[in-house]
Ligand binder design. Structure first.
Ligand SMILES: [Zn+2]
Ligand SMILES: [Zn+2]
Length: 149
């Protein structure tokens, strides 16, 4: 489901469409349950996604399920092993990477992976995400567990 914050008044979860890397803090949120507004900070946002940058085509993708996973990059169809430590390794190379947007994707990918581990990386991710706008959008990886068995 992406990211959510817990309402400070009624404790219900407020889901947010935007990825954590695209948010700016403090983030004003209005609770859908009790209708009260408050500002939320980065550490209060729970991110159910794991962000990766494809080692082959350098574009961003994310995984919502538990790690580690065998997945297919949604961009180049490479078969990728996504590890719990935030690293992604190519098992089978897919289509040749489209070089368009390589630099921006690579930069943001690095920052997004950094956000798994600490506030500094996450703040950098937010800044880059804001600067890059729509280029920062990632796609969810395709589940490839069946093919890897
Ligand atoms: Zn509430
Ligand atoms: Zn790829």
């Amino acid at each position: 489901m992406g990211c959510y914050a817990r309402c400070k008044f009624c404790n219900s979860n407020m889901y947010i469409q935007t990825g954590k890397a695209q948010m700016t803090f403090p983030l004003p949120l209005i609770c859908g349950n009790c209708n009260r507004q408050n500002n939320y900070y980065q550490y209060e946002i729970v991110d159910e996604r794991h962000d990766f940058s494809c080692p082959f085509c350098k574009k961003n993708f994310f995984i919502k399920k538990q790690l580690p996973r065998m997945v297919k990059c949604p961009h180049c169809k490479s078969q990728i092993y996504a590890d719990i430590d935030g690293s992604a390794s190519v098992l089978t190379e897919g289509q040749h990477p489209n070089r368009e947007g390589d630099t921006a994707g690579g930069l943001l990918g690095g920052a997004a992976v950094g956000s798994l581990f600490g506030p500094a990386g996450a703040i950098l991710g937010a800044l880059l995400g804001a600067a890059l706008g729509h280029q920062g959008l990632a796609h969810e990886a395709e589940d490839d567990d069946a093919g890897a068995a």
